[in-house]
Design a protein around this ligand. Sequence first.
Ligand code: SF4
Length: 507
Amino acid sequence: MSDKSFPVPSRAERRRAARCKPVNRQQLLLRSVDVEKLVEEDHCVRAIWELVDRADLETFYETIEAVEGEAGCSAWDPRVLISLWIYAYSRAVSSAREISRRCEYDPAYQWLTGLEVINHHTLSDFRVQHEEALDELFIQVLGVLSHEGLVTLERVMHDGVKIEAGASDKSFRRQGTLERHLESAREVVEKMKEADSEEVSERVVKARERAVRERKERLEAALRELKHMQAAQSDPQKRQKARVSTTDPEARIMQQPGGGFAPSYNVQISTDAQATVIVGLGVSQAANDTGELVPAMERVEGNLGEVPQQVVVDGGFINQGTIMAMEAQGMDLMGPMPDHASQTVAALEKRGVAPEFFPQAFRYDAERNCYVCPAGRDLAFESQEKSEGSARYRYRAKLSECQSCASKGQCCPQSQRRSLVRSEEPPEVRRHREKMASESAQEIYKQRSQIAEFPNAWIKEKFGLRKFRLRGLIKVRIEALWACLTYNICQWIRLCWRPKEAVRVGN
Ligand code: SF4
């Protein structure tokens, strides 16, 4: 055969002659869908449904107004709504609109709803309307996890995590600005009552009125919250400088773990070390964790009926009051004592005090209850302060003696005269200090960050809860509760449901 009888087509000719499948977008198709087969046998949405279906949801059902034999639309089954929210959180979806959209095309959402689309208003209302019932469900899931041996309360790691509020730091205002804005909002409301415009429709007028009224209500709430803050603040300067957000008055400016400050809430999570299960959750407005451990353990007791045998926390939670409270309740507290000595040295150095005039250079005379300074002068007892179960005694030198002392520049360069504080350490604190110096306590403490910070990181990174969608302390707690419930259910799926499912399918 020769090339002359079979000419080879050029690339351009081949391209012109190529035949492809046409796309017909004008056709109408009717398809049958086997809803049960939309998701595989071992899909986690089936596990969520199974667990929710087993739970006693009586409190959720109590609020449903639609009843058999009466007119009106049927309500959505709480089992479907709960499962939808839990599955959505596990996939880092926390928007009701997004869930509603996914009901249209995502097989897992369609399996849950039976191919129905649920309105986003229904979903968002359901998320916030059942705080008590959601708490009950959280406890029931803990009961299932305890039954499986995943919760023992032998060792609980507790930690706090700052999660950003849904408010900008630019929305924070001081009292004067808030009062001015509120005054102008009230004026606008009054003017709107008088206005009789025929240029705009009634619907537009109503929308405008609602917007102005809501702004006025937000400002009033912000002013109320500011008054609370000011009442709790003893420092007059800080009281004057207090600011609140006009969009989320209950949020507080807090230091972030990565540095910087942002409007946030302090989420407190207690984690059982047996299988990293969350056994307690709280949300507070406190900028630090100092007073958070005692209420956290009360919450754990409320959820499981008993307190943990051992609690491990970082130094931010440790103070005399907490040590004494934990010991009184029979809990073995593990956590490093704050290094007050180094803090005191740092503070003294900052004030320009020379090392030879540090507190150890002053001799305490117990008989006369006074200190004797390096220059041989007495610092007499002045007052006693009570703080968190410990007694603090203040001693002060005479003004005339310090003013005429040759060592004043090294001893008290920034104050008129020198003072000292003597603390009496309660036996509980001494015992705690000795315990934490042991090797075994250090070994236990080393496990803290890995266990305690795991659920915090999971909730932030996997569930995407780096910023709250909801506003206000109550709603923010509900949002955190959904995330913690989802986390525990994911642990149950991983440690209980999947292994059993694998055995079942294998058989
Ligand atoms: S400044 Fe006052 S307290 Fe300090 S060494 Fe002199 S007298 Fe003593």
